[in-house]
Design a protein. Structure first.
Length: 147
């Protein structure tokens, strides 16, 4: 699976808090989420700095909507990641403790996956093959005499 497959998987399983999320699944989601957010922020800032309302306002609205839409998938994949390290999803509450809680939470989310635990058996998504359609391009034939 590539980075965007993990990103789509997080949104596909947006309401699933049971189960586990591998390190790849979680951190690729975080990376893609960061890239999309930063891109929208940059477009908003560029539009606002140039007094271009036609660029800044839609980008700001898109950023706000994207942030709202991504709250639940972000929480659910973090809970599943904590399950993969044999911790309860309630450990996310450490995020409300400034600095020390954030550091602890990052450490918990970065830990290696544990073997089978109470949430379910260990799942390695690298073993799954994704079927992709082959892209077929039309063949253009031309006459050598005409050219």
């Amino acid at each position: 699976m590539d980075m965007f497959d993990y990103y789509k998987l997080a949104y596909k399983n947006y309401a699933e808090y049971k189960g586990r999320a591998t390190q790849d699944e979680y951190w690729y989601f975080v990376l893609c989420h960061f890239l999309v957010s930063v891109s929208l922020i940059i477009v908003t800032i560029i539009g606002a700095a140039n007094d271009n309302e036609f660029l800044a306002v839609p980008a700001g609205i898109a950023l706000g909507l994207y942030t709202l839409v991504s709250i639940i998938p972000s929480l659910m994949i973090a809970i599943r990641r904590l399950h993969d390290t044999r911790k309860s999803g309630w450990f996310l509450m450490f995020g409300f403790i400034p600095v020390i809680g954030w550091i602890l939470l990052i450490i918990f989310l970065a830990q290696k996956s544990e073997d089978d635990n109470q949430w379910e058996e260990r799942l390695d998504l690298k073993d799954y093959q994704i079927e992709r359609e082959r892209l077929s391009l039309p063949v253009i034939e031309y006459d050598d005499d005409f050219v």
